[in-house]
Design a protein around this ligand. Structure first.
Ligand code: SF4
Ligand SMILES: [Zn+2]
Ligand SMILES: [Zn+2]
Length: 324
């Protein structure tokens, strides 16, 4: 198998593109796909400051690596969830990547420790608020990433969601007809109201397998294990189902997700197939959001879900301490 571009020995084949690449051509392909996504969706420009959400996994570290190599000003934020046997390992991967790759580019890493800031590790916290661990984690991460981006005046917050993540999420939203989520499923969410950071997913054109190959070929040391809390999640099941379809019919995930984006763009009237229409989403947000009475972050209720959750946690831990 030879490289489609330079005809030397290929190291990876991409059946969905009917192509194969050697290491340098594959690295160029990944950089070009990301650069195209950033430009096509008008995610950010060369002068913008970007905050990357990193977890220690291949996608987020690859994203940070690609953005720095494309010449963007990208710092990162890591949330230490305090999961025994997992968080210490993933944190170490992030810190090593920062020293080896990011710092020489002048980029910095911030760490938010759930145990210190929210008063308990993610598992204990979810028990206190009687919510599933992943729902608790999602609320904290969304809140803290948004807070950091807004308070430190980053122009945009970037996450490492890839094509597999987006196709699996789309499948879940379609299977349950979550119309509101379908409207908002996009590689770009605008800073629709004051207090909300603009959020982008520059890797949405790249498959999980391609990002794993990019990380290995570019010597990015990442945590291979999934977060133990993901075990049994519906998301993993949707990914498995899509992988099965992809094996039988290469390009299924791409057609499914990109077909959705094209139809969404036409429906929302952006006039550009494949590019979303942030304006209409922004108008909807402006009509329904206002500042949380406790912390000031935008919310649809009187108090945001993070503040509600933290109030519940404080109540549960104080009643647990009270003598009976
Ligand atoms: S699997 Fe759940 S707990 Fe683990 S990082 Fe993802 S959302 Fe958080
Ligand atoms: Zn080549
Ligand atoms: Zn709040």
């Amino acid at each position: 198998m030879n490289c489609t571009k330079c005809k030397t020995k290929a190291v990876i084949d991409l059946p969905r593109h009917n192509a194969a690449f050697c290491t340098p051509c594959f690295t160029t392909y990944v950089h070009e796909q990301t650069a195209y996504a950033i430009k096509h969706q008008r995610m950010f420009g060369p002068e913008d400051r970007i905050l990357v959400a990193v977890s220690g996994g291949k996608d987020s570290l690859a994203l940070w690596d690609i953005l720095l190599k494309l010449g963007y000003k990208a710092d990162a934020l890591y949330v230490d969830l305090g999961i025994p046997g997992y968080s210490a390992k993933s944190r170490e991967k992030v810190e090593r990547f920062t020293e080896r790759v990011a710092r020489p580019h002048g980029a910095t890493l911030q760490i938010h420790t759930v145990q210190e800031e929210e008063g308990a590790g993610i598992k204990e916290l979810s028990n206190l608020v009687h919510r599933p661990t992943c729902a608790t984690c999602g609320t904290i991460k969304r809140y803290q990433f948004n807070k950091a981006a807004v308070e430190q005046e980053y122009d945009v917050m970037a996450t490492g969601h890839n094509l597999d993540d987006e196709a699996a999420r789309l499948l879940g939203n379609v299977l349950h007809w979550q119309e509101e989520y379908l409207d908002k499923q996009s590689p770009i969410l605008p800073a629709s109201v004051e207090g909300f950071a603009k959020k982008v997913k520059p890797l949405y054109r790249l498959a999980e397998r391609e990002l794993a190959a990019y990380a290995v070929l570019n010597k990015i040391d990442y945590i291979v294990e999934e977060c133990p809390m993901a075990k049994g999640s519906m998301m993993l099941l949707y990914k498995e189902a899509l992988n099965r379809l992809e094996t039988e019919s290469p390009g299924t995930k791409h057609r499914f997700y990109f077909g959705f984006l094209d139809k969404q763009a036409l429906r929302q009237g952006s006039g550009q197939a494949g590019a979303t229409a942030p304006q209409s989403m922004a108008e909807k947000d402006r009509a329904s959001l206002h500042p949380c009475s406790t912390c000031g972050q935008p919310t649809t209720g009187a108090i945001c879900s993070y503040c509600k959750m933290m109030a519940r946690s404080r109540l549960s831990s104080s009643s647990a301490r009270r003598p009976s």
